[in-house]
Design a binder for this molecule. Structure first.
Ligand SMILES: [Fe+2]
Ligand SMILES: [Fe+2]
Length: 203
């Protein structure tokens, strides 16, 4: 453990490794803002349900779509396929526990909340039972809370660690791969669609 700490300090630079064009982390930070905006909208809608308003199926179906297509596919996809593998490959044991038992497990819990929310919504629409209504609130707010904590850990620790520990060339390569992913016409269209969906979901 103490060896890890020594290695960690050895590889960190005092300042982030940035150039004027920004880096892949910049766009990931902006995606976190959108994810947390969605989390806030979901919490507000859950509060309405708690106060007795009808369960808004269209809102919740859109939320499930956003969680899967934007948060998971477009955002976690880049972390899981590009950023995290590069970090573990380049930095090894120093970051492996943080990535594999921290960030990746959080992503899986997020998927769990969304799967359970979808089941609860389907059950509620069929049964109208209070217990299913409670499950909807539990898993919708569970996702919002989990993602708020998760994105904060990435903003404050994981992303800053990548910026300070990875070589400049490595950060450039991550940036190139992320741009390639984001600029793919299919992914770009999906991103546009998700942001419009989010606007439609605002009251
Ligand atoms: Fe993440
Ligand atoms: Fe993230």
């Amino acid at each position: 453990m103490s060896e890890n700490k020594l290695n960690l300090m050895d590889i960190l630079r005092p300042e982030p490794n940035l150039d004027q064009q920004g880096d892949a982390v910049d766009s990931m930070l902006k995606e976190h803002e959108k994810i947390n905006e969605m989390g806030d909208m979901v919490r507000e809608r859950c509060l309405d349900i708690m106060h007795g308003e009808d369960v808004d199926e269209a809102f919740l179906r859109n939320f499930i779509r956003f969680a899967r297509d934007y948060a998971d596919h477009l955002h976690h996809g880049k972390e899981e396929k590009i950023l995290f593998p590069t970090m573990t490959e380049e930095l090894g044991l120093v970051v492996e526990p943080l990535i594999n038992t921290g960030m990746m497990v959080d992503h899986d819990f997020g998927r769990y909340h969304i799967a359970e929310l979808e089941t609860a919504l389907n059950n509620y629409l069929e049964s109208g039972e209070d217990m299913d209504r409670l499950e909807i609130l539990t898993h919708a707010c569970g996702w919002a809370d989990l993602l708020a904590r998760h994105t904060n850990k990435e903003n404050m620790v994981v992303y800053q660690f990548a910026r300070r520990a990875l070589a400049r060339e490595t950060m450039d390569e991550i940036y190139r791969k992320c741009r390639e992913f984001d600029d793919d016409p299919k992914e770009a269209a999906l991103r546009e669609e998700m942001l419009e969906l989010m606007e439609d979901m605002r009251r």
